[in-house]
Write a protein that binds this ligand. Structure first.
Ligand SMILES: Cc1cc2nc3c(=O)[nH]c(=O)nc-3n(C[C@H](O)[C@H](O)[C@H](O)COP(=O)(O)OP(=O)(O)OC[C@H]3O[C@@H](n4cnc5c(N)ncnc54)[C@H](O)[C@@H]3O)c2cc1C
Length: 392
């Protein structure tokens, strides 16, 4: 983005090319500055909508919603005219000036500033020197996830959740901390497992059959259903695509509470009839039916959590814009869907916890746990280390 590529959209077949950003930005230098800052500030952030870089996400999102495909073109400058660097926003101009990149086309600037980026795409079959790159707005982070303790141990005994799947990312997270969080979590979980979970599995008194029997029975039933007659059923891949589209429409960056409620009903309906409605053509596709079931359960839990958040007067924050007609639009030219109220931080010390059992969700809101006071007195730390390696 800092190389200032040309954005354009086309129809489904790649025809009718249009530089759609210039419909919104009357001033080309402001548009270029926003493109630059989009790269600089990256994740979609409701605080950066009004006159900020996240307006680019909204414009891409709106254009995609019209059924258009969006591309970044590094071969030519936006508007196919040279960039007047000195007219850019001060931050953008200084950055490009200091990088020695105030010249030429986007691909020339990108190759100069970050050749590995060009090579990265080349390694995946996209030559930015000759082809545009298709894009869409996507979720950068799973801001939420499985609850775990300081050893990344979940409340399911023996199940550890490190990385994006764990709810350790919070609403905002500093750049770079996601990969670190996964690495630190994995290392701590491994330390804990090596030190504390040796020996034989716990003997709960119940046999494996007693514990897992129902789940195995349900799984077998689903297998025989989805591999049955094709008549009146929907191929599992089609159901998968529908579910993915639904989450992008209703549970991604732009969240309309009314539409979320409808989406929850739809997911519940699909989940309860999955075995009867899905069809798997070949046995080797069976895994997809099971993943689809997991995906639908996750959608149900996440969408229900969004509804519960709104029911608790939750407002727009992080990478989520909740449509709220009592608020304001970041720009009068945007559709009503983009009317929202910014969160005032009053629930920043609360954690929303959801549990899913027997097809139902249950919510609890609790206070954030305070960070314990450190007792770094040498003798105590040393003794604890000898006793437990400080793994407790
Ligand atoms: C565009 C973008 C830019 C980012 N930039 C940064 C950055 O600069 N710095 C930073 O720190 N972080 C960044 N992040 C975040 C970071 O990449 C992620 O937090 C991290 O990669 C998560 O790693 P993970 O191993 O936890 O999960 P993933 O890498 O998502 O791995 C999960 C794996 O599980 C597989 N899987 C899912 N479901 C199933 C199933 N049912 N059965 C079997 N397999 C399954 C998936 O296919 C996937 O391979 C970025 C993310 C994005 C999207």
């Amino acid at each position: 983005m800092q190389a200032l590529p040309r954005f354009f959209s086309t129809d489904e077949n790649g025809n009718d090319e249009r530089e759609f950003l210039s419909d919104f930005f009357e001033n080309r230098d402001v548009m270029l500055s926003s493109i630059f800052l989009k790269g600089y500030q990256w994740p979609f952030d409701v605080r950066k909508l009004s006159g900020g870089s996240s307006i680019i996400d909204i414009l891409v999102y709106m254009e995609r919603s019209r059924g258009r495909r969006i591309f970044l073109d590094f071969r030519e400058n936006p508007g196919r005219e040279p960039v007047n660097f000195e007219k850019l926003d001060q931050e953008a101009y200084e950055y490009l000036r200091r990088a020695g990149a105030c010249y030429g086309t986007p691909i020339e600037r990108l190759s100069h500033m970050n050749m590995p980026a060009v090579e990265f795409y080349l390694g995946r079959g996209v030559d930015l020197r000759t082809k545009p790159l298709e894009i869409a707005v996507c979720a950068q982070h799973n801001n939420g996830g499985l609850a775990a303790d300081a050893w990344w141990h979940t409340d399911v005994e023996g199940l550890f959740a490190a990385g994006e799947v764990c709810g350790s990312h919070g609403v905002y997270r500093p750049g770079g901390s996601a990969l670190n969080s996964g690495q630190v979590g994995s290392a701590r979980a491994a330390q804990y497992i090596a030190a504390r979970r040796q020996g034989e599995p716990d003997n709960t008194g119940e046999s494996f059959e007693e514990i897992a029997g129902k789940a195995v029975y349900d799984a077998e039933k689903m297998v025989s259903q989805v591999t049955g007659e094709k008549e009146g059923r929907i191929p599992v891949r089609e159901l998968w695509n529908r579910a993915a589209v639904r989450m992008s429409r209703f549970g991604a960056a732009i969240r309309n509470p009314e539409k979320i409620e409808l989406a929850i009903k739809e997911v519940q309906e699909e989940l309860s009839h999955l075995g009867a409605s899905a069809w798997v053509e070949e046995k080797k596709e069976l895994w997809l039916a099971f993943r689809l079931r997991d995906m639908l359960i996750s959608q149900f839990v996440y969408l229900s959590a969004m509804k519960d958040y709104v029911d608790h007067q939750g407002r727009s924050r992080g990478s989520a814009l909740y449509t709220d007609f009592s608020g304001q639009k970041p720009d009068p030219r945007l559709p009503e869907e983009f009317t929202f109220c910014l969160d005032d931080g009053s629930s920043a010390d609360l954690i929303q916890e959801v549990s899913y059992r027997n097809g139902k969700v249950r919510f609890e809101w609790r206070k954030v746990r305070t960070i314990p006071e450190d007792d770094n007195f040498f003798e105590n730390v040393w003794r604890q280390f000898r006793e437990s390696q400080n793994i407790y």
